[in-house]
Design a protein around this ligand. Structure first.
Ligand SMILES: [Mg+2]
Length: 205
């Protein structure tokens, strides 16, 4: 009998690319920060610093500071617009399912995304992070780059047998193989509907 469910996060509890529209978002940011620049000017400015629209915000901010003495406009734009574009293509797990499951099982997340980022997403999606007993960031502890480290920790914390744990993830190699090797049950999801079907959940939006 399943007592514990461990979820992967990215492409499991949400599908789609959170930053898929990063280009246009960064371009809008730079149009705001550099109102006199057209697109070509912006790209030239970036390339002068060895950057592109895909570069890290912090690197682009540094380039702005070096060139113009400030990145204030960039910060201003992004603090107002950080959630304007990035979620358009995302589909997010129905919070009701997680609430239901948390009443029957102990829920965990083991992810390659940082905990703060997961919690920030949850905040914006109306998902209560407290539904999860713990969220682990797979930081390759013990120089062992596998989620196995955290699966074992959860198993020992919960004092359950491996086959009382179900691991749900989209990535067979990263999420499921380490679980299988420990004797845990696994479920491969390729879209949210797979998870709804597995738990016979009516996803009425
Ligand atoms: Mg994933």
């Amino acid at each position: 009998m399943i007592k514990v469910i461990i979820f992967d996060f990215d492409s499991t509890l949400h599908t789609g690319e959170p930053w898929s529209n990063w280009h246009s978002y960064m371009l809008d940011t730079l149009h705001y920060a550099l109102p006199d620049y057209d697109q070509k000017d912006i790209l030239n400015f970036l390339s002068k610093y060895g950057l592109t629209l895909d570069s890290l915000t912090s690197l682009i901010a540094n380039a702005l500071i070096q060139e113009f003495g400030t990145a204030e406009k960039m910060v201003e734009f992004q603090s107002h617009n950080i959630y304007r574009l990035d979620y358009q293509k995302l589909e997010i797990i129905n919070p009701k399912l997680l609430e239901d499951l948390s009443k029957k099982y102990h829920l965990y997340i083991v992810s390659n995304s940082p905990i703060e980022s997961i919690k920030r997403h949850f905040g914006h999606w109306g998902i209560n992070a407290e539904l999860f007993k713990n969220i682990y960031f797979n930081q390759f502890e013990n120089k062992n780059p596998t989620k196995s480290v955290f699966y074992q920790k959860i198993m020992s914390d919960e004092q359950v047998a491996p086959d009382e744990i179900l691991v749900i993830g989209d990535n067979v190699t990263d999420d499921l193989v380490p679980a299988k090797n420990l004797g845990m049950q696994t479920f491969h999801t390729t879209k949210l509907q797979d998870i709804y079907d597995y738990f016979e959940f009516e996803n009425n939006k």
